[in-house]
Design a protein. Structure first.
Length: 285
């Protein structure tokens, strides 16, 4: 009698830094996942909120890794990737701890990757957690030579317009399935990025190495992302990440176009921030 072939092995990596309640809710949603061959690893990025005890008591099957310091997105994921590569893993899934997942999401991501061995990374449709019918990410579009990156569908009610599956030029690191052979070929996430940019950098490196990025809308999750205006600190780190990306991936003669496009994006955001601050101080008088 023929034995049923095992599903590809997936290792899900979740980072948490003082986000115990979000992490526990994410793990509870993963308990309902319909896929039959995965393990969850939680990387504790130096938390002080009792995360370890909560995970070990509530989810004893979860693999728990602890770092005494916050390694941030790239470093925390790399900690897990180093410990599991090479190994009997076919795919790694990077998943934000402040998400909940649809039971079929992992099955849909793996299924589409298995249709084409050149699909190196796959991502799904991401909704706002607090507005569950509103899209945050429905595939991404990026052009590094123009310093351009956008979430498709962001802020729009889901009316089916973004239900097409296909290749994209950017996938968001909040939920991305990565073929293990991609990690073997291009390496780990770049830890030079303090905040933002790591996922775009990895996408660019994968595409340069000949891999495809794929958006699968049937894989759905909900993300507790804020819709509030960015702070000055976050704007600084976003801009700094673009500087790293441009220096790493493009020649110097693209700089005038890149800086001009970044200025068109960031100056209105900074002016808006300063106006809000001024209005806040006036109202406080």
């Amino acid at each position: 009698m023929n034995q049923r072939q095992a599903s590809p092995r997936v290792e899900i990596i979740i980072l948490s830094w003082n986000g115990r309640d979000d992490t526990l809710e994410c793990l509870a949603s993963l308990d309902k996942v319909e896929y039959d061959n995965f393990r969850v690893t939680v990387v504790d990025n130096g938390s002080t909120d009792g995360l370890e005890a909560a995970v070990r008591s509530g989810f004893p099957a979860v693999n728990y890794l602890y770092s005494p310091v916050n390694l941030r997105f790239a470093g925390g994921n790399n900690l897990a990737l180093r410990m599991m590569s090479p190994g009997p893993v076919d795919y790694f899934l990077l998943l934000n701890n402040d998400t909940i997942v649809d039971p079929a999401f992992l099955q849909e991501l793996v299924k589409v990757c298995e249709t084409d061995n050149k699909i190196g990374l796959a991502g799904g449709k991401i909704y706002y957690y607090h507005q569950p019918d509103t899209i945050w990410f429905a595939g991404g579009k990026a052009n590094i030579r123009r310093a351009y990156m956008r979430h498709l569908g962001i802020g729009k009610q889901d009316d089916g317009s973004f239900d097409y599956a296909g290749e994209v030029t950017f996938l968001n690191g909040a939920c991305v399935l990565i073929r293990a052979s991609v990690v073997e070929q291009i390496g780990l996430l770049d830890e030079d990025y303090y905040l933002y940019g790591e996922d775009l950098d990895y996408c660019l490196r994968a595409v340069k190495a000949g891999w495809k990025l794929y958006y699968q809308p049937a894989a759905q999750i909900w993300h507790k992302v804020s819709r509030s205006s960015p702070t000055l600190k976050k704007l600084y780190y976003r801009y700094w990440s673009w500087i790293i990306l441009m220096n790493k991936h493009t020649a110097w003669y693209w700089r005038p176009l890149q800086i001009g496009n970044l200025a068109l994006e960031f100056i209105p955001l900074i002016v808006g921030y300063l106006r809000r601050q001024a209005g806040f101080h006036r109202s406080d008088r």
